[in-house]
Design a protein around this ligand. Sequence first.
Ligand SMILES: Nc1ncnc2c1ncn2[C@@H]1O[C@H](COP(=O)(O)OP(=O)(O)OP(=O)(O)O)[C@@H](O)[C@H]1O
Length: 451
Amino acid sequence: MTPGAKPGSGFAWPDTLCEPVRSLPSHSRLWVALSGGLDSVLLLHLAAFCHRSRVPLGAIHVNHQLQPNAGEAEAFCREQCGVLGIPFVARRVIVNTGGNDSGAGGVEEAARKARYAVFEQILEPGDLLLMAHHGDDQAETVLFRLLRGSGVAGLAGMPRSRKLGAGHLARPLLDLARDDIVRWAREAGLSWVEDPSNVDQVYDRNYLRHAILPRLKARWPGLARRVRHSASACADSEFLNGRLAEIQWAGCSDGEGRVLVAGVKALTLSEQRNMLRWWIRKRGFHPPQLSDWRQVMHDLLEAGEDREPELLGEGFSLRRFQGRLYLVPDPVDVARRVATIAPGEKLKWGEWTLGLEPGTNPEQTIPPIRVSTRQGGERLRFSPRESSKSLKNWLQEKAVPPWERARLPLVFAGSEGVGELIAVGDLWCSEQYSGSAPAAGWRLIVERDCD
Ligand SMILES: Nc1ncnc2c1ncn2[C@@H]1O[C@H](COP(=O)(O)OP(=O)(O)OP(=O)(O)O)[C@@H](O)[C@H]1O
């Protein structure tokens, strides 16, 4: 390479490598997730030299601060981007390494979550983040999940692209083999950093990569390709499972995002399981891995009305109340919270979004609009002519489940202590602040995310 030339600039990048970055899903800005390792350095060069359109390109490096060479990797990525003239963003994260506290998948999983959280924060609508997973990574992922007892959704492997935060991620190298990537990177004269944790066989993933996969590949050449075929067959099955659930949803939905127990009971056990897993995903959570769905479904659907069966998942629980199943997100940010909404602003409150929109007269002054959870003793008045009613009794009459009563955002107009209750979650809103011509001049909007 000529001194001072950009690494890779004089290299004739083969079509096999360039094609995947030329046929990416549409985007208005491109990012490369750059760890500094061989795969993502190669991907950075492909994005720089093979991508035809003129969309802005940047790189994101997440420094997990776990390895002694973490600073070195960050500096290397910064330098590579500097030489290529690519804007570079580095973010440092603190990963919980504390034994059991680091979660089910240990440090690796905690680091992964922290990394994806950074990507999500950075991505804006129209952004596409490229990740450098290749065919061997895919084979590894599928085998790893097989060893953990995954179903078809897991065995479908990593998708080529999916939504991530406000943008999307894509994996253009999924059809390439690691050996080819190494060869091309060497031929192009690229340099990269080695992550010492990648060889540590304490981690299950590395054990599979270094101790198991080479032996499987030696015995069954073309293993990665075959695993890819199986993964794609599983992806098809998963797609069909989703279609079936969508069709059956009509008989199971109560129209407000909850599941009718009677509707689910009419399905076979595998359809029931499929429906619940689909519904949990649709609500943005991961279905729990259960060894005995039969027992769980029986408890959820058949337990007597005096019992309160519950299925616990990560970040949520499924509960039954008066013939319906509710997906209840863990109450992280709602309990005993107090907030205010200014005219024109939006407030996120658990699964609710509240806002004040201009109505008939946005010039009109309105009292402070406060939001809080139930403290006890609240009363509501449907119209000035009617006497007030206890909120507790009203919620019982409306058959609002007990756990939801404690989470509902209550909206008050006026200062604390003298304010009047003007809305109870998305269940009721005073006429003064609702309808096409609200007397208050402003309209209160309370929406609940139940898709
Ligand atoms: N520290 C990092 N900063 C930015 N991107 C990273 C980082 N680590 C990994 N990546 C991106 O993720 C790709 C896969 O990395 P790696 O195989 O180490 O992760 P993984 O844990 O197996 O995958 P995943 O992150 O999807 O679980 C890399 O090629 C790179 O694109």
